[in-house]
Design a protein around this ligand. Structure first.
Ligand code: NAP
Length: 293
């Protein structure tokens, strides 16, 4: 298949690029070559490339900036996906769009996960934009896959693994304060790229929840990560409110991969297993980068 990937310089996009190139022709225009917010550019590029599948990994992902930069957020997270969805309809190709568990408010009692057909109710500007992106894709592309995931980490881009390590190496013996009441299934972007490839190859359709197996609190995650890398920085629990985020974060971010499991297409594995594999591969590099920053 001919696969067009937008956002291929980002955390998930770079993994999709690597994983799809193993078996497919992959085209990855840079943002300057294909800015998804321009309808004219999108149409011109689609006409030129004529892909079988568009995978949209482009997005405005800075949750703090989302609260204040409404115009830009809407352009990139809503109008961009709408342009791609309309273009996918015009050129008869499939569209894969990446959304997020932040379309839910996280108020379900733990450990109940959210299912694909639960009513969404976002509580942040980022979550609202992702929900609107889903509506734009569903309403315009006749053949789409919407992927909802959460708490991605990888070797590229900003993510929870890197921010915990950056703080841990600067604090040394001063304790790192991490919330104990926020729960998720931290997901390796590489594994998610493999899962997206499986869905595309098996002609999946519709909205899928796709996160790693199992779950943990952010506190448990930080402790597991530091122990695995033999960092001695102490970790102390705190409340989500103590972090003074200028945006609301859902407390329960658990997503059940119900549809992919139902169709025998789930390739996600337990979060601890994937985090261990990730650290075996990149642990030294991550520590070096954290110390150099
Ligand atoms: N990170 C998570 O935990 C998480 C969880 C669930 C879902 N998601 C979703 O997954 C997707 C990918 O996330 P990520 O963390 O991999 O993002 P990321 O690392 O922030 O990468 C975003 C990518 O989008 C590109 N981009 C931004 N504006 C663009 C535009 N106007 N036209 C074309 N490309 C543009 C960026 O290019 P430049 O580098 O050139 O700016 C970059 O390649 C996003 O839709 C995000 O909402 C992320």
């Amino acid at each position: 298949m001919k696969i067009l990937i937008t956002g291929s310089t980002g955390m998930l996009g770079s993994e999709c690029r690597e994983v799809f190139s193993r078996d497919h022709e992959v085209i990855c225009p840079a943002k300057d070559d294909m800015d998804i917010i321009s309808w004219d550019v999108v149409i011109e590029k689609l006409g030129e490339i004529s892909p079988d599948v568009i995978i949209n990994c482009a997005g405005f992902t800075d949750m703090k900036a989302c609260e204040t930069e409404d115009f830009t957020v809407r352009k990139i997270n809503v109008e961009g996906p709408r342009n791609l969805a309309q273009a996918s309809a015009r050129f008869g190709c499939k569209m894969v769009h990446i959304s997020c568990g932040h379309v839910f408010d996280g108020k379900k009692g733990m450990p109940q996960p959210y299912f694909e057909d639960d009513p969404p109710h976002p509580i942040s500007a980022y979550g609202i934009s992702k929900l609107e992106s889903e509506t734009a894709v569903r309403g315009n592309s006749p053949d789409y896959i919407i992927v909802r995931s959460n708490c991605l980490y990888g070797i590229k881009g900003r993510n929870l693994v890197k921010s915990i390590l950056a703080e841990a190496v600067t604090r040394k013996k001063r304790p790192l304060r991490v919330p104990e009441e926020q729960f998720a299934s931290p997901t390796w972007a590489y594994r998610l790229a493999l899962q997206i490839k499986t869905l595309v190859e098996k002609e999946g359709r519709g909205t899928y929840h796709l996160t790693a197996g199992g779950y943990c609190s952010r506190l448990e995650f930080a402790r597991y990560l530091l122990k695995a890398l033999r960092l001695k920085t102490p970790v102390e629990p705190c409340g989500l409110r103590d972090l003074n985020y200028p945006f609301a974060v859902p407390a329960n971010c658990l997503l059940e991969n119900r549809l992919s499991k139902k169709h025998g297409l789930n390739v996600m594995v337990d979060w601890k297993k994937d985090l261990s594999s990730f650290l075996r591969k990149y642990g030294k590099q991550l520590l070096k980068e954290a110390r150099a920053a």
